[in-house]
Design a protein around this ligand. Structure first.
Ligand SMILES: [Zn+2]
Length: 384
């Protein structure tokens, strides 16, 4: 599976895509409403198969009310139902905390299509496309141009169209291409402590700060938000302020993602086995407040895992209840520390510790003994 994202050219024709995504939207809301009504009446959950059958019956028996459903190709419509079913399934299995929610009409919605819904143009001489696909795609009978920022490898499985808050359309292409970067292993293993002051502390003593743009751009978003709220509803000024606000948000998101990818790649290149603590986001939020969400640890770890998978490396998590901060990594003595103690000296073996580095080394040692790593050097800071 190989996923790439492309931006579609901004043209008036995109309104057709907007309409198609809106239709997908109404299907979602209709069936979600139905499921909720059934629930309140004490009726059992309607499975995907039943929903799919009802969808066809409704569409054929009420051509006047559901005429717009016909505009969408039926595979795409069923994909919406499938996703709704998946959302409920995650809720029943207690993976998700809440059942699926209604989608706001004003918020962008996405649309996934099967091979019959789109067609990529074959590149011709003088065309800007490279590889086997060109920079033009036909979606449900209408041709669109997109920025082919990187080649599409492999056979295309699905294409997803999504609009963002600024009205730009993006296309996510999933192919069956297997992307691997198998390079000689480095033979190193490291543990990482996550924190808010220092985003990551490596057991070899290196500290990765969370960049300043996090707080800087958050301020800008807040200002934009405040300006938006003072504008009169329905006015052009408000629309302009809304765009400004959305653009600020998008910028923060992109900066964060960019930073995450770069850091994840650096770590995965340097180490073969990476140990982290299982995230305890609720606990961290209690301790540090909303700054935790700004850093986005969960999204970061997902990127690390992805890069590791691609490069044949390992990411392992140790139990969050394992004591790592308040144990001396040299003599394993328990100590009691305040949150403000950044450095401390062990009373038993007289080692001077940096709080975060000591925690990272403990994570590494616990991980190495739990998961049994072989033929790797443990990266432990010498000064600590
Ligand atoms: Zn000690």
């Amino acid at each position: 599976m190989y996923t790439t994202k492309y931006k579609l050219f901004r043209v008036p024709r995109n309104r057709h895509l907007k309409r198609k995504t809106w239709i997908a939207h109404t299907i979602w809301n209709y069936f979600l409403g139905w499921q909720r009504t059934r629930y309140s009446l004490g009726l059992p959950y309607m499975s995907y198969k039943e929903m799919s059958r009802e969808f066809t019956i409704l569409r054929n028996s009420h051509p006047d009310i559901f005429s717009h459903w016909r505009e969408l190709d039926s595979w795409a419509a069923r994909q919406v139902l499938k996703r709704l079913d998946l959302g409920y399934d995650r809720f029943f299995k207690k993976i998700a905390k809440r059942p699926p929610k209604f989608r706001s009409v004003r918020k962008p919605y996405s649309l996934t299509m099967c091979p019959s819904g789109y067609k990529f143009a074959v590149p011709v001489a003088g065309d800007k496309g490279f590889g086997i696909y060109s920079d033009r795609v036909t979606i449900m009978g209408k041709s669109y141009r997109f920025n082919l920022s990187r080649p599409i490898f492999g056979k295309i499985k699905t294409v997803t169209i999504k609009e963002d808050a600024l009205g730009d359309f993006y296309m996510t292409v999933v192919t069956n291409h297997i992307h691997s970067h198998l390079k000689p292993m480095t033979g190193n293993a490291a543990g990482f402590d996550m924190g808010v002051k220092t985003m990551l502390t490596c057991s070899n003593g290196k500290q990765y700060e969370s960049p300043h743009f996090y707080t800087e751009s958050i301020d800008k978003v807040r200002t934009a938000n405040r300006q938006l709220s003072t504008k009169q509803r329905g006015s052009n000024n408000r629309e302009r302020a809304r765009h400004h606000h959305a653009r600020m948000h998008r910028k923060v998101q992109r900066q964060r993602e960019d930073h995450h990818w770069k850091l994840a790649l650096e770590l995965v290149r340097r180490f073969d086995v990476l140990f982290f603590e299982t995230l305890n986001l609720d606990g961290m939020k209690r301790l540090w407040g909303r700054k935790v969400s700004d850093i986005g640890f969960y999204a970061f770890l997902q990127k690390v895992e992805w890069q590791a998978k691609k490069r044949g490396k390992r990411v392992e998590y140790i139990n969050q209840w394992q004591p790592t901060t308040s144990v001396c990594h040299v003599c394993k003595a328990r100590v009691s520390l305040e949150l403000s103690d950044r450095t401390w000296t062990c009373k038993h073996c007289n080692t001077h510790h940096d709080r975060d580095i000591n925690a990272a080394i403990n994570i590494l040692q616990v991980g190495a003994s739990t998961f049994g790593v072989e033929n790797v050097r443990l990266a432990i800071a010498s000064g600590s």
